[in-house]
Design a protein around this ligand. Sequence first.
Ligand SMILES: *Cc1c(COP(=O)(O)O)cnc(C)c1O
Length: 439
Amino acid sequence: MSATSPATNDELFARARAVIPGGVDSPVRAYGSVGGTPRFVTSASGAWITDAEGRRYIDLVASWGPALLGHAHPEVVSAVQEAAARGLSFGAPTSAEAELVEEIVARVPAVAKARLVSTGTEATMTAIRLARGATGRDLVVKFAGHYHGHSDGLLAAAGSGLATFALPGSAGVPSAIAAQTLVVPYNDPDALASVFAAHPGRIAAVITEAAAANMGVVAPASGFTSFVRDLTAREGALLISDEVLTGFRAAPGGYAQVLAESGEPVVPDLVTFGKVIGGGLPVAAVGGRADVMDLLAPTGPVYQAGTLSGNPVAVAAGLATLRLADDAAYARLAEASATLSAAVGRALDEASVPHVVQRAGTLFSVFFGSEVASGVPDYETALRQNAPAYGRFFHAMLDQGVSLPPSAFEAWFVTAAHDDEVIGRIVEALPAAARAAAG
Ligand SMILES: *Cc1c(COP(=O)(O)O)cnc(C)c1O
């Protein structure tokens, strides 16, 4: 390849595949389930991304959530530039770390203290270790189809990434570690009660996505999260609410706020955050009850550390993002999400494509297929969706300049930069895509 002529996406993908497994640093980016060549992004601004061939697309991936305000928001970019100019990393505390945690504490009643880490994977891994340290128990319960990052113990039946490639779990996880995780169907109180009955006094924690959004969007059934809260409290196990995806996106206070507003206030013991909290740079957090959080080193016996934890440039991006994420931004997100999800439903109805649109706060996703059209409460049902129909819909949208998540198992992410004009353009592209989905 000549260094001067601009490369095509195909050329860039071939070059990447020669040196990076699958050509990507995170599997879903490879377009494995929808086919075709991933777009190599050269820049992004607001609701738009530009690829290596100079083509612009309206983006509905939003970096899988972090770009809450839209890409490269000018005030976030200048906060990052100012922080970078003061130094990239110190390995010493900075005042902005406490400021960011104060923002979380102010928005999420369950969080009295939090520690910053770099990825959602680290946050959930640390939450599990804390729960084990706090209870002296080993077993962890997770729900099928919920994704909590790629640590060994949490990869069983872990939703989108694995479902996209039809893997039940990952190779390379020792059976002794897998045996510490018990997987139960989501939204099934009896299954959860049975697992506690079968392992009395041995379960350290139940970890749940606050609203599942990594098998498509599947909100907890009314009363289900309170049931999990009451049962874990009665059994002496901790409840870990994973808000890495929903936090500061589903609502200003995360999905906990959506639940509270629907008359179901649930206070988990630990909560994990990621994605939006870094505004596009690597920041995540584990937070919760002060007594449990103080079990972390250096105050307590549960070890956890990170060379780049609380990195000043990343924290500046997160802090600027959360401070700019005001009522007006959430109102815009809610409006964009409601308008778009309704329009998708209409277009699919008009083309007679069986489907269901599911919501959780400002999050939504669309399941295609007659076997799911009456609603998706759990992973078993999500797996029955018509993924090829989604693939056709995806490519018809892409051809018209709209970049959807390249997997049927993902939420569609709008941002506060998706204004009426942008949403209008997406809506115009829907009928042709719906006809493509119809086949
Ligand atoms: C994305 C995600 C994670 C993992 O976060 P990473 O930063 O990708 O490690 C964990 N839990 C949920 C609910 C997520 O959506």
